[in-house]
Design a protein around this ligand. Structure first.
Ligand SMILES: Cc1cc2nc3c(=O)[nH]c(=O)nc-3n(C[C@H](O)[C@H](O)[C@H](O)COP(=O)(O)OP(=O)(O)OC[C@H]3O[C@@H](n4cnc5c(N)ncnc54)[C@H](O)[C@@H]3O)c2cc1C
Ligand SMILES: *[C@@H]1O[C@H](CO)[C@@H](O)[C@H](O)[C@H]1NC(C)=O
Ligand SMILES: *[C@@H]1O[C@H](CO)[C@@H](O)[C@H](O)[C@H]1NC(C)=O
Ligand SMILES: *[C@@H]1O[C@H](CO)[C@@H](O)[C@H](O)[C@H]1NC(C)=O
Ligand SMILES: *[C@@H]1O[C@H](CO)[C@@H](O)[C@H](O)[C@H]1NC(C)=O
Length: 499
């Protein structure tokens, strides 16, 4: 179902006049992850049927996708960065459809065999799943028994946690409204206030959940396991990042067969963007009517509009004149793939078959990892595991954890912001002119979909503020004034969800 994109915004962009074409008129995007690729896609999509502006995308690495990347172990492809997609992530779902990419369900998510580790023992375990190929009835009964087990331990807190997540999702869905009922936002605060989500960035997840009536055991066990898996952090992250991470524990999760990075590759292709691989941008200078981007290849590019589609926190781009944004730390997640076999003794167990397939952990000192999951059983004693940790897992430790280890792959990601409450947001328009920052929205929550939502807004914002050069040739009557509406206030609550 096509989204109800309204024409007035499309009318803003017409082919530039031949005279204007001599001047700089590129839109340059720094970063080829899902945010940069989505920005390119929406710019093209929203300006169709007119020829899109010339888009240049710069990527310092030799491949597109950024934090969407795969590794291959024993001939199998695994997601090393962003992996799961929520069924209600509508942009990503639409991208997959449009690009003809195949969805792969995350296996039987409900069947994941979870154990919660406190560093000394498993304080809680769901039931071992029935063997593959078991009857439908047996699997249903297993699911039911697990629900009862969870209910016995966490009680009503489970339902309260679910309502908390559903309420967030319902508000988030407003970002899919048509143009007629959804303003263009020029700052993140207003964007969040409009949907009613801003309040969740002012307080920690823990504060929000206590108010929502969750008991402390549920917060310190189940909720903590989930925030440590999805953001590598404790429940002191902001309520919004927390709610997004809890949504990532629901059922119906999926990913792209062959790798989520194909989303970025496909979007860049659809947008006809000129891709400059292995070309890092070192500086962005304001030259009056355009920006000069200097790359590490010694090249210069004149760009009318520049979009920064990478977190600025750990990259080294010099802005002339300098820009100022609130300091933000990135949470590093070390992703370690191990092909081998966990040692049951490390967990105080006597048999490998007693080790849960997903080991989540509580927020306690001395637990050296956030989670361990079996990604593939190649054989009875031959598995591929994925481990997340906040620090590098040294060989000495891995040797204690594993009885055999054939292959080890380590990736150190600047993974997502280190969330806090209240959260500060960098501006979307970095210089008050035509320098845009998509990844400021990551301070709300980091995910493929939030990248796409932020990019869609930035694309609309750019189109609504295009410099005159790009709008040349339009009769003044046809050019509506750039119009940026802002907050209608949180008090109004959620509006009609228009899918
Ligand atoms: C381990 C891990 C697990 C995750 N799990 C999930 C999940 O299950 N579901 C989910 O939705 N999200 C998940 N995420 C988050 C998700 O991956 C990110 O939010 C998303 O991929 C970010 O996309 P982006 O385009 O904004 O940034 P990036 O993907 O970081 O893209 C930025 C790009 O810019 C490039 N770049 C940087 N500086 C320059 C420069 N100077 N010049 C040129 N290029 C430059 C970088 O090389 C990079 O390719 C996870 C992330 C990690 C790390
Ligand atoms: C724009 O996106 C819609 C899907 O959201 C798609 O059907 C359409 O073909 C796209 N158009 C262009 C020109 O990319
Ligand atoms: C992309 O480029 C091709 C070939 O130049 C052209 O046929 C196609 O219409 C372009 N698509 C868009 C969306 O501009
Ligand atoms: C950028 O614009 C300036 C001024 O018009 C011009 O001198 C320069 O050659 C341009 N550079 C490129 C790479 O087009
Ligand atoms: C950033 O660049 C400056 C100057 O080129 C250099 O001194 C500094 O070490 C770099 N920092 C990082 C984090 O790469």
């Amino acid at each position: 179902m096509p989204p109800p994109f309204l024409l007035p915004v499309l009318l803003l962009v017409l082919p530039p006049s031949p005279q204007a074409a001599a001047a700089a008129e590129d839109i340059c995007i720094v970063g080829s992850g899902i945010s940069g690729a989505s920005t390119a896609f929406f710019l093209t999509n929203y300006t169709a049927p007119y020829p899109a502006p010339q888009l240049r995308v710069f990527e310092r690495r030799d491949r597109v996708g950024g934090r969407l990347a795969t590794v291959t172990v024993a001939g199998e492809v695994f997601e090393a960065g962003g992996s799961i997609i929520h069924p209600r992530n509508l942009h990503v779902r639409r991208f997959a459809d449009l690009l003809g990419l195949t969805a792969k369900t995350g296996g039987d998510d409900d069947e994941d065999w979870l154990g919660i580790w406190d560093g000394a023992r498993f304080v809680f375990k769901t039931l071992r799943p029935p063997p593959p190929g078991s009857s439908w009835l047996r699997r249903k009964l297993h699911g039911l028994a697990n629900s009862l087990l969870l209910l016995r331990r966490y009680g009503l807190s489970l339902l309260r946690m679910d309502s908390f997540v559903q309420e967030m999702l319902q508000k988030f869905m407003l970002y899919y409204n048509g143009f007629e009922s959804r303003p263009v936002f020029d700052n993140v605060e207003e964007m969040l206030k409009w949907s009613g989500l801003y309040g969740l960035t002012r307080r920690t997840l823990e504060e929000e959940l206590i108010d929502a009536g969750l008991n402390t055991q549920t917060i310190s066990e189940l909720v903590t396991v989930i925030t440590r898996i999805n953001y590598g952090q404790s429940t002191s992250i902001s309520g919004l990042a927390g709610a997004v991470s809890l949504a990532g524990s629901e059922s119906g999760l999926w990913s792209i067969k062959g790798g989520n990075w194909q989303l970025a590759a496909g979007l860049l292709k659809t947008a006809n963007a000129t891709l400059h691989l292995q070309e890092g941008i070192e500086s962005i200078s304001d030259a009056g009517d355009y920006y000069v981007l200097k790359s590490n290849k010694g090249h210069e590019y004149n760009c009318t509009v520049t979009v920064v589609a990478t977190p600025l926190d750990e990259v080294n781009i010099t802005f002339i004149p300098p820009i100022s944004i609130p300091p933000r730390k990135m949470q590093h997640t070390h992703t370690t793939f191990v092909r081998g076999l966990l040692d049951p003794k490390f967990f105080g167990l006597s048999s490998v078959s007693d080790i849960p397939e997903l080991i989540g952990t509580m927020e306690l000192p001395d637990i050296p990892f956030s989670c361990i999951s079996v990604r593939k059983k190649h054989g009875e004693h031959d598995m591929t595991y994925k481990i997340f940790s906040r620090v590098k897992l040294e060989d000495a430790l891995l040797d204690q954890m594993f009885s055999t280890r054939e292959e080890t792959i380590r990736i150190d990601w600047p993974a997502y912001p280190h969330y806090q409450a209240p959260e500060d947001f960098a501006p979307i328009i970095l210089d008050g002119r035509h320098l845009y920052y998509v990844n400021t929205f990551e301070s709300a929550a980091s995910a493929m979909e939030t990248g796409a939502v932020a990019a869609e807004n930035v694309a609309r914002l750019i189109i609504s503020r295009l410099p005159l050069g790009l709008r040349a040739g339009l009769s003044s009557a046809a050019v509506p004034e750039p119009h940026i509406e802002s907050s209608a206030g949180e008090e109004e609550g959620p509006r009609r969800v228009d899918l």
